[in-house]
Design a protein around this ligand. Structure first.
Ligand SMILES: Cc1cc2nc3c(=O)[nH]c(=O)nc-3n(C[C@H](O)[C@H](O)[C@H](O)COP(=O)(O)OP(=O)(O)OC[C@H]3O[C@@H](n4cnc5c(N)ncnc54)[C@H](O)[C@@H]3O)c2cc1C
Length: 405
């Protein structure tokens, strides 16, 4: 570990003691239940102990002990925590959201590990899999012994998955898969990939063990964002699968899209975690650094920035809580999740950039977490539907007119 990383660990630990003080301007905390607050506290402690002290180094090195973390997250019941049965915790959507917020206050990459495992890979199997597939994968995934990934995006097909080129064709009872999936979180260490492919009958999903002959995963390096997360390309070259590898209940593109709605709900909360860490760092910095004989926090221009950011953060949390309560009531609609993802990621990124200005030159230093969060949020802005795609979803809901193509 570098000297710089060790110094940054000390600073992040110190900041941890001052957290969650003035930011909750609206007493939103008071509307959380006892169990929700307890889950949040447990995840916050885990992030303080296991993520915060190391994450600057992981980010810098582009490496993360993902398997080790997954086992620890599994022990706490964080993997697939909002699912029921098969070793999953069956927590509320709000509790899951709060966990995502705390994880992303550590790092968006660490939250992505949990989101992809629980909301994409596990949810797909839980919602669309056969009983055998559930028994085979879910208990091991809930403990973190098995890692899952979710392959929808392709090198030439991102926002428009309906045009995917990966094909699955029948050969007797078997299926043969050919194609490539790109930008797949967790792929380099995954044991199972949920792969979406075009068949003669439309899009279908498959649970593909990563050790099946013909499957290769190559890590995507040189990312400038989400560096504490493993991302890969999955190539499928004549991959022969038995008939029971297909997720029997997944029919058409609406199946993978429903998984994305699940995961986006976590992002609505998670992005606020990254923003909170930026704000808390900045509040402490602005009250301790002096220029022109007074703390930065004493300048009206700085206070205007802080006030505007805190207002946006509180609005974002109200929005997340509202959507979480709708999810718990079973009435959350995809367009509503688009409102949350569009707003909260966009505002979190704006907050990170504004906080950066208040730290001056230190804002670009890896000794503080702000540039890391800002860079991470660039990926969060793009994955699980770009901002433009969510604008189109909302636009279609408002006007009844599709402007996608
Ligand atoms: C770090 C990281 C991890 C990821 N993890 C996963 C994963 O685990 N699984 C997975 O399947 N995918 C994953 N992705 C992929 C991600 O979901 C896609 O990058 C995303 O859907 C956008 O696709 P694209 O990058 O091909 O961009 P494109 O679709 O090529 O879009 C490029 C730009 O054009 C805009 N655009 C596209 N269509 C329209 C339109 N109709 N109107 C207006 N503007 C439009 C977009 O908004 C964007 O600004 C990940 C991506 C990243 C960066």
């Amino acid at each position: 570990m570098t000297e710089r990383t060790e110094r940054s660990e000390g600073r992040e630990d110190m900041r941890g003691r001052h957290r969650m003080t003035a930011l909750d301007l609206l007493d939103i905390d008071a509307s959380l239940g006892e169990e929700e607050r307890e889950i949040r506290a447990v995840v916050r402690r885990l992030v303080d102990d296991r993520v915060r002290p190391h994450v600057a180094g992981w980010y810098e090195d582009g490496q993360v002990p993902a398997r080790e973390l997954a086992r620890e997250f599994g022990k706490l019941g964080l993997l697939g925590m909002h699912l029921t049965g098969y070793g999953c915790a069956g927590a509320s959507a709000v509790a899951y959201g709060l966990a995502c917020l705390e994880l992303e206050a550590g790092d968006s990459g660490v939250r992505s590990l949990v989101s992809v495992q629980g909301s994409l890979a596990m949810y797909a199997i839980w919602r669309y899999g056969s009983e055998e597939q559930k028994q085979r994968w879910l208990p091991a995934m809930a403990t973190g012994e098995a890692i899952g990934c979710f392959g929808l995006t392709e090198p030439d097909h991102g926002s428009d998955p309906a045009s995917m080129a990966t094909r699955a064709r029948r050969d007797g009872d078997d299926w043969i898969l050919d194609g490539a999936k790109m930008w797949i979180t967790n792929a380099p260490i995954a044991d199972v990939a949920v792969i979406w492919a075009r068949t003669d009958d439309g899009v279908r999903g498959f649970a593909v063990p990563m050790d099946t002959p013909g499957v290769t995963a190559r890590e995507i390096r040189r990312k400038m964002s989400l560096r504490a997360s493993l991302t890969g390309e999955v190539v499928l070259d004549g991959v022969r699968l038995p008939a029971d590898a297909r997720l029997p209940e997944a029919v058409g593109l609406k199946a993978p899209l429903s998984c994305l709605t699940e995961a986006r709900h976590g992002i609505v909360w998670g992005a606020l975690g990254a923003a909170r860490d930026c704000l808390e760092t900045t509040l402490e910095y602005a009250t301790t650094r002096t220029q022109f004989g007074r703390p930065l926090a004493g300048f009206q221009l700085t206070q205007a920035k802080l006030a505007d950011m805190a207002v946006e953060w509180n609005k974002g949390l109200l929005l997340a809580l509202h959507l979480g309560r709708l999810a718990d009531a079973g009435s959350l609609r995809p367009a509503q999740v688009s409102v949350g993802k569009l707003n909260n990621v966009r505002e979190a990124l704006a907050i990170a950039r504004q906080c950066r200005t208040i730290l001056g030159a230190n804002g670009v230093s890896g000794e503080y977490p702000i540039m890391r969060h800002a860079n991470n949020l660039e990926s969060v802005l793009t994955y699980e539907g770009t901002s433009e795609i969510h604008q189109l979803v909302i636009g279609q809901t408002l006007t009844g007119v599709s402007a996608f193509a």
